[in-house]
Design a protein around this ligand. Structure first.
Ligand code: FO1
Ligand code: CA
Length: 309
């Protein structure tokens, strides 16, 4: 079956890796709202997290960046008076240099991404949801913060009172994105942050409609397990934006978008309430861990979608 995963960073990367390990044809449509310019370089953290994970090159502990990095360039940038709060490894910087050079030459982000993934031996197709700039901006008690200011520099410690996706209204889907969703056999919303990763993907013109109208089986995996986020600030953001901090709260956000909500064994008690929203509910172990756990979850999702591998 053809699988299309809608993904943010680490959670999306791990589940996409699981599908890749099953050998099924895979597209990953990736959020670009985290993208930022630092030191004159264009950085696309979610694309790189998915790319490095699928290439088997990622730092497993952190979830982002490359394994076995060195930091000579960042150290010297600090000597020269540049900010160093965003940890850029020497090899990772090569990705940003190559990407930025090609973007400046007029090559679209989707084409650059196809080139970079090919160079790293990734066989899945990585699609930025759009080639147009989108910037997630957070309203906090300390004011409006650019995404990486909020997330990395200030360690996502500020309460999120509101979220704006600058550029999203004007953003057009990148080539292949709408067809990928329309032509898939299975569309999966990864266990990524609904507000920081999934909504800025669905908000690009035509994407939500493509998910609504595709004939694919549509499955979402809850990123909230036992009332807590597997990683990152999803729980705090649901809370401050007035949503229930649970797989049920996530399900409400995806009502009408997916056929099946997959929740962790820890959330088995939420099954009837989620079913009442109109979903089929599957309760399983959603904690992926290493490659074996990722492949296991991917195979379970393929089976419940009617395409056992
Ligand atoms: N996340 C951090 O928490 N701290 C960092 O210093 C950091 C550096 C970094 C460098 C390259 C890259 O592709 C990603 C990086 N990330 C870092 C992750 C990134 O900020 C993601 O946007 C977040 O993990 C949210 O998904
Ligand atoms: Ca992200």
């Amino acid at each position: 079956p053809r699988v299309t995963v809608l993904a943010g960073g680490v959670g999306g990367a791990r589940l996409a890796h699981g599908f890749a390990l099953t050998g099924t044809p895979l597209d990953v449509v990736v959020n670009v709202g985290d993208d930022t310019e630092l030191h004159g370089l264009w950085i696309s953290p979610d694309l790189d997290t998915v790319m490095y994970t699928l290439a088997g090159l990622n730092d497993e502990e952190r979830g982002w960046g490359l394994r076995g990095e060195s930091y000579a360039t960042l150290t010297q940038l600090g000597v020269l008076g540049e900010d160093t709060w965003f940890t850029l490894g020497d090899k990772d910087l090569a990705t940003h240099v190559a990407r930025t050079a090609r973007l400046r030459a007029g090559v679209p982000l989707s084409t650059v991404t196809a080139q970079l993934t090919a160079s790293l031996g990734v066989t899945a197709r990585l699609l930025p949801v759009t080639d147009d700039p989108v910037a997630t901006v957070l309203d906090t008690p300390s004011g409006r913060l650019a995404f990486q200011e909020y997330f990395v520099r200030r360690h996502h410690a500020d309460a999120v009172l509101g979220i704006t996706y600058e550029g999203l209204e004007a953003a057009r889907p990148a080539p292949g994105v709408l067809a990928s969703v329309a032509d898939a056999d299975v569309v999966v919303i990864a266990p990524s942050n609904p507000f920081l990763s999934v909504l800025p993907v669905l908000g690009v013109a035509g994407v939500r409609e493509a998910v609504t109208t595709t004939t694919a089986r549509r499955v979402a995996v809850s990123p909230i397990v036992g009332g807590q986020a597997i990683k990152g600030p999803a729980a705090q953001i649901l809370e401050t934006l007035g949503h229930e901090v649970s797989a049920l709260g996530v399900a409400r956000l995806y009502t009408g978008l997916v056929d099946v909500m997959v929740v962790d064994d820890a959330d088995a008690a939420l099954e009837p309430a989620i079913r009442d929203l109109g979903f089929e509910v599957v309760v399983t172990d959603t904690i992926m861990g290493g490659p074996d756990g990722r492949e296991r979850l991917a195979r379970e999702l393929l089976a419940l979608a009617g395409h056992p591998q």
